[in-house]
Design a protein around this ligand. Structure first.
Ligand code: AMP
Ligand code: TRP
Length: 354
C-alpha cells in the first residue's frame, strides 16, 4: 500500500456573495488546517463556476475576490498553495479519465444536481451534471487525504471516494506493475464538522444560508460592513422563548439553534459552552452579544478584502505562483495516471519547473 502523507485540499466557487456559511463552514477551517503538519492547497474553482453561465468580467472579479477572502481570512500563500483551477490543466484532464470511471447511476443520485437543475433539467449544462466528477479530479490530482468542507458537500465526497476506489480496483494490476503498490489514489477523509457545518438562513432556519438567496438579509456577506452585520443579526428571525440551558432544548428551534451555532463557531467554542453563558437569556440580550462578536470577527476581514482587491496585480501574482506550484504536483499524478491507464506519453512533464 502506498504511504499517503497528509495533504489537505479544498475549493470555493467564485460565484459571488461569499457569506458567513462559506466562512465558518469552510474558509475559517482552511486557516486552522495550516497549522497541521500538512501541505494545504486552496483552490478557487472557476471551472466549476461556469457550469452555470457567468458574466465574464464579473467572473474575473469574483475569482480575485475569493482569493482576497482567502488571504484576508488568514491563509498564508507561502505556506499553503492558493490558486485557481483553470490555471492547472490537469484538473480537466483527470476529470476526463474519471468520466470513464464514474458510473451514470452514481451521478444520477447526486441531490445537488437535482436542486440546481430544478424542473428544467433538460436545459441544464452537461458541466453541471458532471460537476462532482471534476470535484473528484480536483482532490485526487493531488491525492489529497483530507478535505474540509461544509455539510452540503458530503455526498460529493462520497462520490470522490467511490471513484478513487473504482480506479484502484479497475487498474490494480497496472498500478502494481508501475510500482505504486496496491492503491494509487487514497480514500479521502472528509472533514465536515464543528458547530457551523451547516449555517442556515437568517430569515428561515430550515433553509441553508446561500449565495443565491434572493434576500440579502438572509445572509451575512463577507463584504458587509459593521452596520450591515449588526442590522442583519438584529433582524434575524427568532422565536419568542429565551435560550435553553441545554443543547437538547434547541431541537425543533431551528433559528435559535442556528444563532447559537454561529456564536459558537465565531468564538471557537461549543454550543454547550454558549448555553452555559446564555442559557435563560432573551434574544434581546443574546443578539447584541452575537452582533458584537460577528462584527469584531468579520469587519477586519471585509476591510482587508477591500485593501487586497484594490491591487489585482498582487492577487494575480499570488494565483500564478500558486498555480505553478500546484501544477508540479498535479503533473506527477497525471503522468502516473497515463502510465496506469495505458497511454503512451512524451516523457515526464514539468520536472524542470522547480
Ligand atoms: P461554494 O460557495 O458552494 O463553493 O461553497 C464553498 C464552501 O462553503 C464549501 O465547503 C461549502 O460546503 C461551504 N458552505 C456553503 N454554504 C454553507 C453553509 N450555509 N454552511 C456551512 N458551509 C457552507
Ligand atoms: N463543490 C464545492 C462547493 O460547491 C466546491 C469544490 C470544488 C470543492 N472542488 C472541490 C470543495 C474540491 C472541496 C474539494 O462548495
Amino acid at each position: 500500500m502506498a504511504a499517503f502523507t497528509e495533504l489537505v485540499f479544498s475549493g470555493v466557487q467564485p460565484t459571488g456573495n461569499l457569506h458567513l456559511g462559506n466562512y465558518l463552514g469552510a474558509v475559517k477551517r482552511f486557516v486552522e488546517m495550516q497549522d497541521r503538519d500538512a501541505q494545504c492547497l486552496y483552490c478557487v474553482v472557476d471551472l466549476h463556476a461556469i457550469t452555470v453561465w457567468q458574466d465574464p468580467e464579473a467572473l474575473r472579479g469574483q475569482i480575485r475576490e475569493v482569493t482576497a477572502a482567502f488571504l484576508a481570512a488568514g491563509i498564508d500563500p507561502r505556506r499553503a498553495i492558493v490558486f485557481n483551477q483553470s490555471q492547472v490543466p490537469q484538473h480537466a484532464e483527470l476529470a476526463w479519465v474519471f468520466n470513464c470511471v464514474a458510473r451514470l447511476g452514481w451521478l444520477n443520485r447526486m441531490t445537488q444536481f437535482k436542486e440546481k437543475a430544478g424542473k428544467d433539467r433538460e436545459n441544464a449544462s452537461i458541466g453541471l451534471y458532471d460537476y462532482p466528477v471534476l470535484m473528484a479530479a480536483d482532490i485526487l490530482a493531488y491525492r489529497a487525504t483530507h478535505v474540509p468542507v461544509g455539510e452540503d458537500q458530503k455526498q460529493h465526497l462520497e462520490l470522490t471516494r467511490d471513484i478513487a476506489q473504482k480506479f484502484n480496483t479497475d487498474f490494480v494490476g497496472s498500478i502494481a506493475a508501475h510500482g505504486h503498490g496496491e492503491a494509487f489514489f487514497p480514500v479521502t477523509e472528509p472533514l465536515i464538522g464543528g458547530p457551523a457545518a451547516r449555517v442556515m438562513s437568517l430569515r428561515d432556519g430550515t433553509k441553508k444560508m446561500s449565495k443565491s438567496d434572493p434576500s440579502d438579509n438572509a445572509r451575512i456577506n463577507l463584504t458587509d460592513d459593521a452596520d450591515a452585520i449588526a442590522q442583519k443579526i438584529r433582524r434575524a428571525k427568532t422565536d419568542p422563548e429565551p435560550l435553553p440551558s441545554e443543547v437538547a432544548g434547541l431541537r425543533e428551534r431551528p433559528e435559535a439553534d442556528n444563532l447559537v451555532g454561529i456564536y459558537a463557531a465565531l468564538a471557537g467554542i461549543t454550543r454547550e459552552e454558549v448555553l452555559r453563558d446564555f442559557g435563560g437569556a432573551q434574544f434581546s440580550t443574546f443578539k447584541p452579544a452575537l452582533a458584537d462578536l460577528a462584527v469584531t470577527s468579520l469587519a477586519p476581514i471585509a476591510l482587508e478584502m477591500r485593501r487586497l482587491t484594490a491591487d489585482p496585480g498582487h492577487i494575480d501574482a499570488v494565483l500564478a505562483d500558486g498555480s505553478a506550484r500546484a501544477e508540479v504536483i498535479a503533473a506527477q499524478t497525471l503522468d502516473a495516471v497515463k502510465d496506469i491507464v495505458g497511454f503512451v506519453r512524451r516523457g515526464p512533464s514539468l520536472q524542470a519547473v522547480r
